[in-house]
Design a protein around this ligand. Sequence first.
Ligand code: NAP
Length: 245
Amino acid sequence: MTRPLTVITGGTRGIGAATARRLARDGHDLVLGYAGDDTAAKTTRKHVEEAGATCRTVKADVTDPDQVDALFDAAAEAGTLTGLVNNAGATLHIGPMVDTPTDVIQRVIDVNLTAAVYCARRALRDLAANDGGTIVNVSSSAATLGAPGEYVHYAAAKAGVDALTQGLAVEAAPYGVRVNAVAPGIVRTGIHEAAGEPGRMERVAPHVPLGRVGEPEEVAEAIVWLLGDACPYATGAVLRVAGGR
Ligand code: NAP
C-alpha cells in the first residue's frame, strides 16, 4: 500500500515538529518546510527518519509564492501528495497595536495569512489532481479572543485563516479534499521567546481554565486526527485546543 505523503510548513520546530514526529510514527512520509533554522531542520529530520519515515527538509519562505511552489515541487518529486499541515507562523513582537511598527504588522500578516493562502492554493491544486486528501490549517484561539495588548494584527490574520478554512472547504469538497483547522491556545514552543517575551507562558498560564500551557504534542494529536480518516465527515471545522480559553 502507498504511504501517505504530508507537507508540513514550519515542520521543523514547535507544533509542526511534534506533528511531524507523530505522523512519522503513524506511517506518513514527510516534506518539512522551514524558514532558516538549519539545525532544527536537521534534528527533526533525524527524529522522523528514526521513526521509519522518509523525510525531505526544504528551506522555503512561504510568504513567497515561488518558494511555495519549490516546496510543493519537492513534495511531488518525493511521491503523491496526500495532505498539508499549513502551520508556519510567527508573532514577532508583543505589545499594543498602536506601538507596533508597520514592517512587523506587514510581516505578521504575510506569514500567518498570505502564506497560508498560497500554500492552501497550491496544495488544493495538487490534491485535486491526485485522489483528494486533507488540509489542516493551524489557526489560533487569538482569532476569537483578539489578543488585545499583545498582537491584535496577528489575531486578525488568524481570523482570516478561519475564513480560509470555511470557504476553501466548500470549494475543495467536489475534489475529495477536506479543509479543517486547529486553533491552539498558548503552547510551549519558541514562538514566545522569538517575539521578545520568554516569560509569556508563566504570565498567561494562570488565566487558562486548565491552569497550564499546552504542549506541542497535544496540538499535534488534534491535527493528526483531522488529517486522517477518523472523521471523514468533518470539513470546514475549526477545532479549539486551548485549555478552555
Ligand atoms: P515555532 O516553534 O516558532 O515554529 C515556527 C515554525 O515555522 C518554524 O519551523 C519556522 O522555521 C517556521 N516558519 C516561520 N516563518 C516562516 C516562513 N516565513 N516560511 C517558512 N517557515 C516559517 O512556532 P509554533 O509555536 O510551533 O507555531 C506553529 C503554529 O501554531 C503557528 O501558525 C502559530 O501561529 C500557531 N500557534 C502557536 C501558538 C503557541 O502558543 N505556540 C498558539 C496558537 C497558535 P525556522 O525554524 O526555520 O524559523
